[in-house]
Design a protein around this ligand. Structure first.
Ligand code: AQP
Length: 332
C-alpha cells in the first residue's frame, strides 16, 4: 500500500513557502494516499527553542495544517515526540548511517554556519531522525520541497544499507514527491535565500497569519529591480527577486511563470505587486482566519494530536518490533 509521510517543524510562524511548497500539496494528496502528517518537534529542538514558544508553535502548526484543508479524520496528524518509535528507530539508524554521508549534507552546513563546532549533535544527526520518521511507518512517498531532497536520498541510503547489512528486504526505499511550480519560495528581501521561519527579518516572509495590510506592506517593500516585467520567463535568470515574485504569483494562480510574464509583459513592478497582493490575500486570508479560530480552542488541537499519535503509534509499533528482532535486540 502507498503511504505518505511528511513533517513540518514547529519553529515559528508558518509562511507562504511552507504553504506553497508543502501544505497545499499535502491537501491535494490526502484523498489519494493514506497520509501521516507530523509536527516534528524533536527536529525543532536541534536548534534551541524557548519551551513555551515550542508548545505554542506545535499547536499553531497543527491549526495551520487543519486550516489549510487537511482533514484530521482521513489523515493522521500528530506530533513526533508523542510517538517514541521515532527516537528509538533513529538510534538504530545512527548506527547504520555513515559519518561520510552526513558530512555531505548541505543543510547542516547552512544551519551550523561558521560555528560548526558549536552545533548540536542533534542537528548533525537530523537526517537520521528524518529517515526514522519515514521508515517507522514504511512510508513509500514523501512530499518534500527541493531543500529536503538530499535528506530523502539519505533516507533511501539508510533503508538500503539496513536491508543489506541484515540480509532482509524490510524497509521500502521511499520516493520523493516534488510537486508544483513553487517548490522553493525565496525571501522577499533576498531572492537567493529561501523564505524561512527562522529568518530574523519579518519582512523576508509572508506569514500565513499575516493580516491583509501586513501582506500588502511586505509585498510593496519586497526587493525588486528597476526593470519592467519581461515577456518571457527565460529573461528572469539573472533577476532572482523578480523571478521569485513572478513564481509566487504563478503558484497562487495555478499558472507557470512564463504565462505570468505573458500576462504582465511590460508592466512595472509597482502595478504587478498590487495584483500579487490581491492574489496572496485571497488565498491566505481565509486560512489565517481559520487558524485564529482554531487556536481559540487549544484543547481541540491537543486532542487531534493525541488521537493522531495513538493511530500513528499503532502503525509504527509492529514495524519497530520487527526491526528490533531483525537487529537482535529485545523489545517488549
Ligand atoms: N521557502 C520554501 N519554499 C518551498 N517550500 C518550503 N518549505 C519550507 N520552506 C520553504 C517546505 O515546508 C516543509 C516544512 O518545512 P520545515 O518547517 O520542516 O523546515 P524547513 O524546510 O527548514 O522550513 P523553514 O521555514 O526554513 O524552517 P526553519 O527556519 O526552522 O529551518 C518542507 O516540506 C519544506 O520543504
Amino acid at each position: 500500500m502507498n503511504r505518505v509521510f511528511s513533517g513540518i517543524q514547529p519553529t515559528g510562524d508558518l509562511h507562504l513557502g511552507n504553504y506553497l511548497g508543502a501544505l497545499r500539496n499535502w491537501v491535494r494528496m490526502q484523498h489519494e494516499y493514506s497520509c501521516l502528517y507530523c509536527v516534528v518537534d524533536l527536529h525543532a529542538i536541534t536548534m534551541w527553542q524557548e519551551p513555551d514558544a515550542l508548545r505554542h508553535n506545535t499547536l499553531e502548526v497543527t491549526a495551520g495544517l487543519i486550516a489549510s484543508g487537511l482533514d484530521p479524520k482521513s489523515n493522521i496528524i500528530f506530533n513526533q515526540s508523542r510517538v517514541p518509535a521515532h527516537a528509538e528507530l533513529a538510534w538504530i539508524f545512527n548506527c547504520v548511517a555513515r559519518l561520510g554521508w552526513l558530512n555531505r549534507m548541505t543543510q547542516f552546513k547552512d544551519k551550523a554556519g561558521k560555528n560548526r563546532e558549536n552545533a548540536s549533535v542533534g542537528l548533525y544527526a537530523y537526517p537520521n531522525l528524518m529517515a526514522a520518521d519515514i521508515l517507522a511507518y514504511k512510508a513509500t512517498h514523501v512530499p518534500v520541497g527541493e531543500d529536503q531532497k538530499q535528506h530523502l536520498e539519505l533516507a533511501r541510503d539508510i533503508a538500503q544499507k539496513f536491508n543489506n547489512d541484515y540480509g532482509v528486504n524490510y524497509f521500502p526505499l521511499p520516493e520523493p514527491v516534488i510537486q508544483g511550480p513553487a517548490t522553493r519560495v525565496m525571501s522577499l528581501r533576498d531572492g537567493t535565500k529561501k523564505m524561512s521561519k527562522s529568518d530574523p527579518s519579518e519582512a523576508s516572509r509572508i506569514n500565513m497569519t499575516d493580516s491583509a495590510d501586513d501582506i500588502a506592506q511586505k509585498i510593496r517593500r519586497a526587493k525588486t529591480d528597476p526593470d519592467a516585467l519581461p515577456d518571457s520567463a527565460n529573461d528572469l535568470e539573472t533577476r532572482p527577486e523578480a523571478a521569485n515574485l513572478i513564481g509566487i504569483y504563478a503558484a497562487l494562480s495555478d499558472m507557470n511563470s512564463d504565462e505570468v510574464c505573458k500576462k504582465f509583459a511590460g508592466a512595472q513592478f509597482s502595478a504587478f505587486k498590487e495584483a500579487l497582493t490581491e492574489r496572496a490575500v485571497s488565498v491566505l486570508a481565509p486560512i489565517g482566519a481559520e487558524m485564529a479560530r482554531l487556536l481559540e480552542n487549544q484543547d481541540y488541537l491537543d486532542q487531534v494530536l493525541i488521537e493522531g499519535a495513538a493511530r500513528a503509534g499503532a502503525i509504527a509499533e509492529p514495524i519497530l518490533h520487527e526491526t528490533f528482532r531483525i537487529v537482535g535486540l529485545r523489545r517488549g
